[in-house]
Write a new protein. Structure first.
Length: 555
């Protein structure tokens, strides 16, 4: 009895209990109680801010906030024989709604110490250690400090490991989508994972000709021991890049990489390892009612390069999250010229038509040699907790291919350099698990395009605003560091217009109090009152050195 009382009041036990309760409560409040559900809204934030909110825009542009690397990065580095080379991703990180623990099902690869010359001589290409990537399982109480639970799965001389699947068998596996459904009491854990990815090309082509993908389906009682329930899922997902989500209605959605033919307008550097196949990476979407049969919908590529993209840009994968008014996503970009991958932010009303607030990356590469300096492979699930969005990713130290390989027979001149013409395969992927974070209600903003004293304006589309209040989420720039106090300090003003586009008396720009500072949800006020008058149809925003992250009219 005394021992039980001592344990009950032991600080470590109490702290762990309180932490678990807080996490579970936060999950419930943010409507993310079932991780990976795409249909529910996450987080406390204003509706999406998009160009279709406005009928007129002048001298404004879009600002994307860059992700901040966690101060504890790298979170997991490889140390065991099966992951000494890399603890990357291709998998899932989530907060388990059943027990409140952070859990990761991600891939690790063994160390490859051979020289590049050895790799090419022996024709060990395709990143070498990717041929034997292993699916590993990790747990954490805080998302930062991770442990390796001992599972009864041997590896070499090790009788227990943290391995779920050994990558050396069954043709290899990749891209694990884990879904937790607390309502399923017997089998709450489900996994969609690519299998047979390293089998003979003839075998794979036969599979595809019959309408099957390389995707398999597993289930588990505890997330640790898994059994296959379908090794032959039908669908178009044949390029081994796909994440699967429940749609909240009993069905499933997957955003997957689709390889399309090279067009005349495409630019493919001769040293791109995929140029021989004539392929360009894009993203499409498929849906399923039962999880066993997927159909491409809509019948078109969703995410592909356009006239505003760098000619080298390709789209690799898309990881979405539902918010008020639509979806926000992280999109993995592939750049063959630099042989790197990084992340861009995408926004959509319907999950089908995607827009990019800025074509620059929201999580760019670190200097080469640092984690993330070469490639950034994000995991399935964008996690929102306490108004912070977390993106877990495998950050590689190196690039995909050796551009300067002098063992190859042909090279081309680029300025003062000679680079390899069509390098064989790629380099070993050596990296660690990291994470980046954003303030969830301030992912991107509308800003004056010129900055300084030049105003930007944006007029909303027509709607009945009568009797509604207006709140805004914004941050303004401070005054300049000059002798005149308050010089060029940022501000926001809003003017209400009638159906003819004319200002309404008492609610003009000069009637609106200037809003300055940093406000998550501040109410706009006019001399004529706090609510829009009868006949108010549009709002005209005047921005000076202001970041407008969102607005909302409501009764």
């Amino acid at each position: 009895m005394q021992k039980s009382i001592k344990m009950l009041f032991d600080f470590k036990h109490l702290y762990g209990f309180i932490t678990t309760v807080i996490i579970l409560m936060s999950l419930f409040v943010s409507s993310s109680f079932s991780q990976g559900i795409l249909i529910k809204e996450h987080g406390d934030r204003m509706p999406l801010l998009m160009p279709d909110d406005f009928s007129e825009m002048k001298a404004v542009a879009w600002r994307v906030e860059p992700g901040k690397g966690d101060k504890s990065n790298p979170l997991i580095e490889g140390e065991m024989p099966w992951d000494a080379g890399s603890v990357m991703s291709y998998g899932t990180v989530l907060i388990d709604p059943i027990d409140g623990l952070w859990k990761a099902w991600i891939f690790g690869g063994p160390a490859v110490e051979s020289t590049v010359e050895d790799l090419n001589t022996k024709n060990k290409s395709n990143k070498a250690n990717e041929k034997s990537l292993h699916l590993e399982y990790f747990e954490s109480k805080d998302g930062v400090h991770w442990t390796r639970p001992e599972l009864p799965n041997p590896y070499g001389e090790y009788k227990t490991t943290n391995l779920i699947f050994d990558g050396n068998v069954a043709g290899g596996r990749r891209w694990a989508s884990v879904i937790v459904n607390p309502d399923n009491k017997e089998w709450p854990y489900e996994m969609f994972i690519y299998a047979n990815i390293h089998k003979e090309r003839s075998y794979l082509e036969k599979l595809w000709d019959q309408g099957y993908s390389m995707l398999s389906r597993y289930r588990s009682k505890d997330g640790k021991a898994w059994e296959c329930i379908n090794d032959n899922i039908k669908g178009p997902m044949d390029s081994a890049v796909s994440f699967v989500y429940p749609d909240g209605k009993g069905g499933y959605i997957t955003y997957y990489c689709e390889l399309r033919d090279v067009r005349e307008s495409d630019y493919k550097p001769v040293w791109d390892y995929a140029v021989a196949s004539g392929a360009v990476r894009t993203v499409s979407r498929a849906v399923s009612k039962d999880g066993d049969n997927f159909v491409r919908k809509p019948d078109r590529i969703l995410v592909d390069k356009d006239v505003r993209d760098h000619p080298d840009a390709e789209y690799f994968e898309l990881v979405p999250i539902k918010v008020k008014g639509g979806y926000i996503s992280m999109i993995t970009m592939d750049f063959p010229i630099s042989s790197t991958l990084n992340l861009r932010m995408g926004v959509s009303r319907d999950g089908i038509n995607w827009w990019y607030p800025d074509r620059r990356q929201c999580l760019d590469n670190a200097p080469l040699g640092d984690y993330g300096g070469g490639m950034i492979f994000q995991t399935k699930n964008l996690i929102v907790l306490n108004d912070t969005l977390y993106v877990y990713y495998g950050g590689s130290e190196g690039v995909h291919a050796d551009l300067y390989d002098t063992n190859l027979k042909t090279h081309i001149k680029a300025g003062m350099e000679y680079v390899a013409d069509k390098p064989t395969g790629g380099l070993p992927a050596n990296g660690a698990l990291c994470r980046a974070l954003w303030r969830f209600d301030r992912m991107y903003a509308l800003v004056p395009a010129a900055g300084g004293p030049t105003l930007g304006t944006a007029v909303t589309k027509e709607s009945d605003l009568t009797g509604k209040k207006l709140h805004v989420n914004l941050k303004t720039r401070p005054p300049k560091k000059v002798s005149k106090p308050g010089f060029d300090e940022g501000y926001l003003q809003v003017e209400l217009l009638d159906s003819e586009g004319d200002p309404i008396s008492g609610f003009t720009r000069t009637d609106c109090s200037m809003i300055k500072g940093d406000h998550k949800a501040i109410q706009v006020k006019w001399a004529g009152g706090e609510k829009a008058p009868k006949g108010a149809k549009k709002a005209k925003f005047y921005l000076k050195r202001t970041f407008l992250y969102g607005f909302e009219f409501y009764k």
